[in-house]
Structure formats: structure tokens, C-alpha cells
Write a protein that binds this ligand. Structure first.
Ligand SMILES: [Fe+2]
Ligand SMILES: [Fe+2]
Length: 303
């Protein structure tokens, strides 16, 4: 299932792929200038693979332990106030026992994704640190919403939330000047997707989908990224993208992280569509307000 793109894209196959996927075939579309997409580290695939099979502690430790930098970063997150460990955690095994297999896998996967875009330049009004904090917060919120809804495979919602705006960071990576123009345009119009389409010919949802397809990630992740702003497709309501949209909106509404371009809004219609009660949603909001401070402290060394 995996396709890892390690060499520069061949021009003709790139064009064919782009034309196949792009609904708006504008001749000056900036996507045709892309020569190479970033790759995801091998260890990230092994983590996803393990997660889908419900690993043993020793299996997870085996995948991570040889990567010392990754291990050190996991321990720094594990020792933060966010996880509330009573004593300092010195070993990977202890971190897995205390925090859980799923939590450590998610931390490790997040660190791998973050590493893909390093170093990332800051542009005016857009701080990459806050971008990643927003992504992690959206992942945490999406998982909590999925739990509240008793969704199956609730763990994959963290990954969907983490990756939902990966198209934005890819745009910054590929077209930093255009990215600044998009922010300016968006400040005036308040419409991010439109600003991206005007400047580049496509939105971050489209290029995010392309990247995840290139990385060979599961279709459910690809769809969540593609439809996280509009969870409707061919008159169908898409459950997973809708959860991500609600998580994203919630993180923006609470101002958990300062990030321009985020879509605040009334969660009411989504709550209704998803069947999430007001009481449960209020409980989620209270939980998120409590973890607000510890969240950025937990990730400060890693991002
Ligand atoms: Fe987005
Ligand atoms: Fe977002």
C-alpha cells in the first residue's frame, strides 16, 4: 500500500497526475512548478502499521528505541505537565507503560511529521510553532469528540486532526512568497480557500490530499484532509471529515493557539448532524480549557 517518493518527480508523470486530480485545470496553475515533494520518514510508516494492529509494548519499543533523537523527544513530551507523571520518566519502556501504547505512538508519529518540514521559515503573521500546536490540539480534540460519539477506530482521529492542514504547511514550504500573499488576501476577504485558489489555482485541501496520497497513507486520512472544510461530497455527509471540521473549529473558537486563517464558527449545525449532545460538547470544551497551558509546554522542546 505504500508509495514512498524519494526521487524528483518526472515531469510527464507529474503532469498526468496533476491533471488527473485537479478539478480546475488552469494553465498557470502553480502546482505544475512542483519538482519534488517532501517524504515521510520510514519509521512513521512502521508506527502507523503497528497502530493499526494493536501492538505490544515490546513491539513499539523495538520500532522506536534505535532512534535516539526520537526517543529523547518522546521522553521530553512524556515528562511534561500535560501527562502529569508523578516521577521523572527515564526510559521509553516506562513512558509506554505509564502513558499507554496509543499515546506514545501518537507522540512519535507527530514528531516524525513535524520533522518533514524542518527547518520551516516563519513568515509575517504565521508562526510554524503555532501551526503545529494547532494541529496537535485539533488531533487531541478530534480524538475526544470521536470517543464521545463512540466512533469506531477512534484512535485514527488524532492522526486526521494532526494532518488536517498539512496542505498549508506544504504551501509554505513550496511557495513561501505566495504564502504571504495568501495571508494578506485572506486577511482582507476572510476566506482562506478562495485566497489560495486565487493565488495558486488550488487550495490547501487539494495539495494536502495529493501529499498524503503520494505518501501512501490510508484513504480515510486522505479524505479527512480533502474534506475537512466541507464534509459533504456528492450530497453525502462524511462523518470523519465532519469530526475534524468540528475539532478544528473548536480549537479556533477557544483560541487554544493563535493562528491566522482559522475558521471560527457556530458548532451547532455540526453537533446536530453528528448527534453530539450540548452537554457532552460542553464537557469537551471544559477539558480543553484545562489543558490549554500544559499543551504548549509539552511540545515546546519538540517543535
Ligand atoms: Fe484547513
Ligand atoms: Fe485548522
Amino acid at each position: 500500500m505504500r508509495q514512498v517518493e524519494k526521487s524528483p518527480l518526472k515531469k510527464e508523470s507529474l503532469k498526468a497526475e496533476v491533471y488527473d486530480m485537479l478539478p480546475l485545470r488552469t494553465p498557470h496553475n502553480k502546482i505544475l512548478e512542483v519538482k519534488k515533494l517532501p517524504t515521510l520518514p520510514e519509521i512513521a510508516y512502521r508506527l502507523l502499521d503497528l497502530l493499526s494492529r494493536g501492538p505490544e509494548i515490546s513491539q513499539l519499543e523495538e520500532v522506536i528505541r534505535y532512534d535516539q533523537s526520537l526517543t529523547a523527544k518522546i521522553l521530553s513530551v512524556a515528562n511534561s505537565a500535560y501527562f502529569g507523571a508523578q516521577k521523572e520518566i527515564h526510559s521509553l519502556e516506562r513512558a509506554i507503560v505509564l502513558l499507554g501504547i496509543k499515546e506514545v505512538s501518537e507522540i512519535a508519529f507527530s514528531i516524525c511529521v513535524l520533522s518533514v518540514f524542518k527547518p520551516l521559515r516563519s513568515v509575517r503573521n504565521f508562526d510554524p510553532r503555532n501551526f503545529w500546536l494547532h494541529s496537535i490540539a485539533t488531533g487531541i480534540t478530534a480524538r475526544i469528540i470521536a470517543q464521545a460519539l463512540d466512533a469506531k477506530d477512534e484512535d485514527k482521529f488524532f492522526t486526521m486532526g494532526l494532518l488536517h492542514d498539512i496542505g498549508r504547511v506544504l504551501l509554505l514550504h513550496l511557495f513561501p512568497e505566495k504564502f504571504e500573499e495568501i495571508l494578506l488576501h485572506q486577511e482582507k476577504s476572510g476566506r482562506l480557500l478562495l485566497a489560495e485558489e486565487m493565488e495558486l489555482g488550488f487550495a490547501h485541501t487539494w495539495i494536502g490530499r495529493w501529499l498524503l496520497k503520494r505518501w501512501g497513507l490510508p484513504e480515510s486520512l486522505v479524505l479527512a484532509v480533502r474534506f475537512h472544510h466541507n464534509p459533504f461530497y456528492k450530497e453525502q455527509f462524511l462523518f470523519e471529515p465532519a469530526v475534524i471540521k468540528l475539532a478544528d473549529m473548536t480549537v479556533h473558537n477557544l483560541n487554544l493557539v493563535e493562528l491566522p486563517g482559522g475558521q471560527k464558527g457556530d458548532p451547532g449545525p455540526l453537533l446536530y448532524k453528528l448527534g453530539l449532545t450540548e452537554d457532552l460538547y460542553q464537557a469537551i470544551l471544559e477539558h480543553l480549557s484545562v489543558v490549554r497551558e500544559s499543551l504548549s509546554e509539552a511540545w515546546s522542546y519538540v517543535i
